[in-house]
Write a protein of this length. Sequence first.
Length: 106
Amino acid sequence: MTDDRVFKALADPTRRHLLDRLFEDSGLTLTELESELEMTRFGVMKHLRILADAGLVVSKKVGREKRHFLNVVPIRLIHDRWIDKFTERRVSALTDLKRQLEEDSA
């Protein structure tokens, strides 16, 4: 699982929609996922395969059905590596500014 695969998977609006659906209701079948999309069953399967290759979706057979589950770990790793480190300084700067303004007004 590489960052490139996760970014590629997240770049497509249909795949983001599938992830949103699985976030709302994890464990959906292909039939349930395709019912909201205007594309063929094979198109949805292709998108699910890309999401699975990125580690964002895990599938499990339950009886005769194949259920799809969201795996948030790759997104969290992206957040920790690429987003969190850039926001920390801004948040620290704002709290420092708040503290300084409060001291000046006291």
